[in-house]
Design a protein around this ligand. Structure first.
Ligand SMILES: Cc1ncc(COP(=O)(O)O)c(C=O)c1O
Length: 359
């Protein structure tokens, strides 16, 4: 291929462009209003939650979820050792203490490992890459122990835990809408929940905690975490194509699986939606060499997240035994995973992966 194949790129159609242009031409005030409300309603309905609140990004969505639920200094929050850095940084931002927990075979938080940390006040479960692991069992565990469960579903819009959609696990869930996510509006995040009081807290924190709309008298501390209807018009247009994106992601994985030896892949359940196609190398050295080889063939890849426990600034965090996550985190390579990849491109990438692996 003469042009670089990106590891991922947004899929923006002429319909998206038309929808955003029509919004701009409508003379609207651009800031957050009716289009955002419509997007919130549609996403809440889709995941079967009472409320959805749009915010500027997924990191803020986790932060507000913690804050509005009363999680602050002195509270302990469990977090899986493999996740994007935003998950743990939101805990630290809220003033609470993270407890880093090992993963299981699904690459998601391990319930056995979570049981080794019985004194946590909250758990953040991450359906990493659309895999849902022990999410339902952890939901039961948290319910029985009266532990707050937050679901960081940044990767997992359109994926499910058997019959329950990602975005509906535990008390609060969040999504992210950056350009490499399942749908995008440039930047953006959403909080999904059912509780009336926590919802009211989130709205207060998000909108300067005004006594009433347009009032400059404030009930207490609050910030500005509103989005714009300009973003929401793209978000809504993209959300209307969610079923197509889900199909495209599933097909992408199926196509790769036809060409690449299954021992390097980890199959998904029928009810799950892959976000990225992850290749499991034998070790870190092989991953590095494969990455270099594919780059020389104009194929961009990306290393999966290093374990949180390997980040030096987090070294003093509480943790359980982390053997599984520390062993695997440096072996995973994300292959090109855009929904607009052609069959020829997938075949070309797979052939080059096979050339390397069989050499
Ligand atoms: C698992 C996970 N959580 C949270 C975030 C943060 O989302 P955002 O980039 O919208 O702040 C990301 C971003 O990639 C993520 O992958």
């Amino acid at each position: 291929m003469s042009e670089m194949i990106n590891q991922v790129e947004p899929n923006i159609s002429s319909e998206d462009i038309q929808n955003v242009s029509e919004y701009l031409a409508s003379g609207s005030w651009i800031t957050e209003h009716k289009v955002t409300e419509k997007l919130e309603q549609n996403v809440a309905e889709y995941v079967n939650r009472k409320y959805a609140v749009a915010v500027p990004n997924g990191t803020i969505a986790i932060y507000l979820s913690l804050l509005a639920s009363g999680i602050k200094e002195g509270y302990k929050v469990a977090v899986p050792n493999i996740t994007m850095i935003a998950t743990i940084n939101a805990i630290i931002w809220a003033g609470a203490s993270p407890v880093i927990i090992d993963i299981d075979d699904s690459l998601c938080l391990s319930k056995d490992s979570l049981e080794q940390a019985p004194d946590v006040d909250a758990v953040i479960f991450v359906p990493l890459n659309g895999r849902t692991g022990a999410g339902l069992e952890i939901q039961d565990y948290c319910k029985n122990k009266n532990i707050l469960l937050i679901e960081d579903s940044a990767h997992a819009l359109g994926s499910s835990y058997i019959n329950q959609k990602c975005g509906s696990l535990g008390e609060i869930s969040i999504f992210s809408f950056t350009p490499h996510k399942i749908i995008t509006m440039g930047q953006g995040g959403m909080i999904l929940l059912d509780d009336d009081d926590v919802y009211a807290n989130i709205i207060d924190l998000k909108t300067f905690n005004r006594e009433k709309d347009k009032s400059d008298v404030h009930k207490g501390f609050g910030l500005n975490f509103k989005i714009t209807d300009l973003q929401a018009s793209l978000g809504l247009s993209q959300f209307n194509k969610l079923f197509d994106f889900v199909e495209l992601k599933r097909n992408l994985y199926q196509e790769y699986s036809k060409f690449i030896d299954i021992k390097y892949l980890k199959p998904f359940e029928d009810y799950e939606t892959p976000w990225f196609v992850d290749l499991f190398c034998d070790n870190e050295k092989q991953r590095e060499k494969l990455n270099m080889y594919l780059t020389s063939k104009n194929i961009e890849t990306r290393y999966s997240y290093p374990s949180l426990s390997s980040q030096s600034y987090l070294s003093k965090s509480d943790k359980t035994y982390l053997g599984i996550s520390e062993n695997i985190s440096n072996n995973i390579l994300w292959l090109p995973s855009s929904t607009n990849l052609s069959y020829e491109e997938i075949k070309y990438i797979s052939d080059e992966v096979n050339n390397f692996l069989s050499a």
